[in-house]
Design a protein around this ligand. Structure first.
Ligand SMILES: NC(=O)c1ccc[n+]([C@@H]2O[C@H](COP(=O)([O-])OP(=O)(O)OC[C@H]3O[C@@H](n4cnc5c(N)ncnc54)[C@H](OP(=O)(O)O)[C@@H]3O)[C@@H](O)[C@H]2O)c1
Length: 249
């Protein structure tokens, strides 16, 4: 029975993933700060280890992974999903908000890696899936603090692959479009292609079994977002600006 470790498992995509995996009978370590939310997941069928932990604390994260290994055995697959999103207005930059995003979204992933990689290298097998976003593909309105953390995660996963794939560790990067969760509840605009967290969990579980490096969904939306990467810059700014209420000269 594989052991999945999911960070950010107390709500949204992480909670839906943990629930789906537990229902299948898998073992799950669910890590997040809100322990009461993690305990609710225990209603599932599989074996749950709730790990109350802040991913910005490297020592606490390492200790939580050690405890999880003690409770459920070595981690077969880690889904590093904990994240935060606060919309930004770059006419009024608050550096603390940018540092907070980097600390949770980027360093929160990095902090989990040493223990996971050590364990997987020792066994010569394992899978690490890092939750990025289509917002990491190009700079988007309001995403000035969030987007760079997601772009950094894609770059991190690519670099890791060179070292780890030859040693039996499969690295994947997950790029969801809009998913209905606590994080997106702050958005005051129509979110095209919005899907439920349960649908996102199904897509991720399917993607983990595939040989794709990038797990992206829903495809009808992410394919359009992917095209933005190839647009000439001026066309990109005008197209996205016109559709999002940020008209460009
Ligand atoms: N929703 C979308 O449209 C969308 C699209 C693309 C990518 N994503 C990414 O998907 C991931 C999950 O987001 P979501 O949409 O499911 O939002 P969510 O419901 O707000 O979930 C965020 C999770 O991260 C955890 N978390 C936040 N800060 C943490 C910290 N310092 N330490 C430990 N855990 C922490 C939260 O748990 P606690 O508060 O209990 O700690 C919660 O479980 C994020 O990385 C997000 O960027 C979401």
């Amino acid at each position: 029975m594989p052991h999945y470790l999911i960070t950010g498992a107390s709500s949204g995509i992480g909670a839906a993933l943990a629930t789906a995996l537990l229902r299948r009978g898998d073992s799950v370590t669910a890590l997040a700060r809100r322990k009461d939310r993690l305990d609710l997941l225990a209603a599932g069928k599989g074996r749950l280890h709730p790990a109350s932990c802040d991913v910005t604390d490297a020592g606490a994260t390492a200790a939580a992974i050690d405890e999880a290994t003690g409770a459920l055995g070595p981690v077969d697959c880690a889904i590093l999903n904990a994240g935060m999103y606060e919309p930004q207005d770059t006419t009024k930059i608050d550096p603390a908000a940018y540092a907070r995003h980097m600390d949770v979204n980027y360093m929160g992933v990095v902090n989990a890696l040493p223990r996971l990689i050590d364990g997987m290298l020792a066994r010569g097998t394992g899978q690490i899936a890092i939750v990025s976003s289509v917002a990491g593909w190009r700079g988007l309105p309001k995403a000035a603090a969030y987007g760079p953390t997601k772009a950094a995660l894609i770059s991190l996963a690519e670099s890791m692959t060179f070292d780890l794939a030859p040693r039996g560790i499969d690295v994947k990067v997950i790029c969801p479009g809009f998913v209905k969760t606590e994080s997106t509840a702050v958005n005051d605009y129509d979110m095209p292609g919005l899907i439920s967290a349960d649908t996102a969990a199904i897509e991720i579980i399917r993607g983990l079994r595939s040989n794709q490096f990038v797990i992206q969904f829903p495809k009808h939306f992410t394919r359009k977002m992917g095209l933005l990467r190839w647009l000439p810059d001026r066309t990109f700014f005008r197209t996205v600006g016109a559709r999002t209420g940020f008209p460009q000269p």
